[in-house]
Design a protein around this ligand. Structure first.
Ligand code: SF4
Length: 321
């Protein structure tokens, strides 16, 4: 892929399981009723062809070429395995160029910025840059515009993450009984994203998050109940390093589970709810994720996989696999 404006940065400290990166509060859908972590579309990866219309929405995929590198400026990072140094919110990353491109795009991982290849804004960056602020950038707009823009970005990202989950739920045939509730919530969430800077900054996004999360949990339970046989409940479980190779996890709840470095190779995750699950360095080689619920690109990017990993059609195989 041609040199994008900049890839997405990771967040500061390694994200905790079930915790969405930023936002006024970091409650997660998993904590309350559903959620997932940040993600990013791998630099040269695009969504697969032929996926359901709702998941074909380009506005829910990061478009760095139409964003003023908000994730490289607005968010704080802590020096960690994901980000090589401390950076405060509102401070441009030292590697960000004046043209809003990343100066080390091709060497992010070896340079200690692995997290930058994982993060995903769900399309919030371009929405804030081109929509909310109508193409004004934080460099030339002055400090007041910059402050507002940086405050709006996490809220927009939160809303776009909800749009992703709602869109996925609406695309699931087995969620049809909930369409009457899902559609109005999706439309309401869409409307919120079109508010002005003040509307967005003053929005109680967590209250809206909780409303959506409650419905998504009901959808998840309904879909998972269609899976015959025992269904494992690992919600919020500490499964760090767990040996789950070849496990039958169909219909399991893994909401907010910590699966860091767990071995899920060859596991069947059909109808498994992965919202908010921490998949950093999780071995997904040969795993079947095609029918999983609420998996995001960021989760996939953070995990380990290969050509034998079966991924949902709306997501892209990470370039570093
Ligand atoms: S290294 Fe800096 S400029 Fe490059 S993607 Fe990460 S945060 Fe952005």
């Amino acid at each position: 892929m041609p040199h994008p404006r900049k890839p997405r940065p990771s967040r500061r400290a390694a994200p905790r399981p079930g915790a969405a990166p930023e936002g006024p509060r970091h409650g997660t859908v998993a904590d309350t009723a559903s959620t997932a972590r940040a993600s990013e579309t791998a630099p040269d990866a695009r969504p697969s062809e032929g996926h359901p219309p709702y998941l074909a929405r380009p506005d829910l995929h990061a478009d760095c070429g139409n964003c003023f590198a908000l994730c490289c400026v607005a968010l704080p990072f802590a020096g960690s395995a994901d980000f090589a140094y401390d950076k405060s919110a509102g401070t441009p990353c030292r590697h960000l160029r004046t043209d809003f491109r990343c100066g080390i795009h091709d060497e992010l991982r070896p340079s200690g910025f692995k997290g930058c290849t994982v993060f995903d804004c769900f399309g919030a960056g371009q929405k804030v840059s081109q929509g909310t602020f109508a193409g004004r950038d934080w460099r030339t707009g002055g400090p007041a515009v910059a402050r507002r823009m940086f405050a709006v970005f996490p809220v927009m990202r939160r809303l776009h993450e909800l749009l992703w989950y709602l869109a996925e739920a609406l695309a699931a045939p087995r969620a049809r009984p909930f369409h009457g509730e899902l559609r109005p919530l999706l439309e309401r969430t869409e409307r919120l994203t079109h508010g002005g800077p003040e509307d967005l900054v003053n929005l109680d996004v967590e209250a809206h998050w909780d409303t959506v999360a409650t419905l998504l949990l009901r959808v998840s339970e309904h879909i998972r109940a269609t899976v015959p046989g025992p269904r494992h409940d690992h919600r919020g479980a500490d499964l760090i390093g767990a040996r789950l190779k070849g496990a039958d996890l169909r219909g399991a709840s893994l909401r907010g589970a910590r699966l860091i470095a767990a071995d899920l190779s060859g596991a069947d995750l059909t109808c498994a709810d992965l919202i908010g699950a921490d998949l950093r360095d999780t071995d997904l080689r040969g795993a079947d994720l095609t029918g999983s619920l609420f998996l995001t690109q960021a989760q996939l990017n953070a995990a380990r996989g290969d050509a034998t990993t079966r991924i949902p059609p709306a997501l892209a195989r990470p370039a570093h696999w």
